[in-house]
Design a protein around this ligand. Structure first.
Ligand code: FE
Ligand code: FE
Ligand code: ZN
Length: 284
């Protein structure tokens, strides 16, 4: 792998934040990653960890020296910004506001969240609630880019269609603070055929949302078949997408400069194996 190739291929995986940012930076480097994703807090959304400014500074030095892509903070996936229960929505708003305030101590990174489930209120009502929440937590001076994740469309999930993501972005007060995190497992499961028609899906994305909004890829294989509307990640090459299609995705001219984050069912050594294989398959 050439020095140049390494720098241009931004590839990382989901890491545990329990030992802090410097540890995540070092762990990423040790497995050939030059970015990573982490949860801002545990899935139940309990208190975020105390801020440790020296730890953040130590990480920033590692990131700068090694040409890291922005890291991706992930909101607890149990939050529901468009619940029919006011208390649940308030909790999502509180957690997101708090997460974004903390992220400003590590400026210019990215924060992704699942748009949520409308639980029977309908897509339109769900989108309105998401927009309302985003408008209370996103301030014009925010340095963090907030990403809506494309979903598989299971149950009453919002964000399984590109149109839904586009409508949220078009409706908020500060659309330039928003971007999209495309999850390969989710969109394939949602019915976007990136195996047989990757170019067509990207054309749709561009027409409906705009490729300039695409800021990150969650690179996952899928345990379930095309269009299953399930959310079951598989290791790279062990699912319905398959190795050849995954390598087409990382090498696609419209995608190859974006940061890729693995969320495959792996421990750190397992991620190291996938990262090594993907780097070897990266041609761009
Ligand atoms: Fe996610
Ligand atoms: Fe994801
Ligand atoms: Zn998922």
């Amino acid at each position: 792998m050439s020095e140049r190739g390494f720098k241009l291929f931004y590839l990382g995986c989901h890491l545990s934040a329990s030992k802090g940012f410097k540890h995540m930076g070092e762990e990423a480097l040790s497995i050939g990653a030059n970015t990573f994703q982490f949860f801002t807090r545990n899935p139940r959304g309990s208190k975020a960890k105390q801020l440790n400014l020296p730890d953040i500074a130590a990480f920033q030095k590692i990131a700068q020296e090694n040409g890291f892509a922005p890291v991706l903070a992930h909101a607890p996936y149990t939050l529901n910004p468009c619940s029919n229960d006011l208390k649940v929505r308030d909790f999502a708003r509180m957690v997101m506001a708090d997460d974004l305030a903390i992220m400003e101590h590590l400026p210019d990174q990215m924060y992704t969240f699942h748009p949520g489930s409308h639980v029977g209120q309908g897509i339109k009502a769900g989108i309105e609630l998401i927009v309302r929440l985003l408008d209370t937590v996103i301030k014009p001076q925010l340095s963090t880019l907030v990403l809506l994740e494309t979903m598989s469309g299971k149950g009453s999930e919002v964000g399984g269609r590109f149109e839904e993501i586009a409508e949220i972005i078009a409706s908020v007060s500060f659309p330039d603070k928003l971007g999209v995190c495309l999850d390969t497992c989710h969109i394939y499961s949602a019915g976007y055929d990136i195996v047989n028609n990757l170019d067509g899906v990207l054309e749709d994305f561009n027409r409906i949302i705009g490729l300039r909004r695409l800021k990150a890829i969650h690179l996952n294989d899928s345990l379930t078949p095309f269009g299953a509307h399930k959310d079951r990640h598989a290791k790279i090459g062990e699912g319905s997408l398959g190795w050849d299609n995954i390598t087409k995705i990382i090498n696609h001219p419209l995608l190859c400069r974006l940061p890729f984050y693995l969320e495959t069912p792996n421990d750190v050594p397992g991620y190291a194996v996938e990262i090594r294989a993907l780097r070897a398959a990266y041609k761009s």
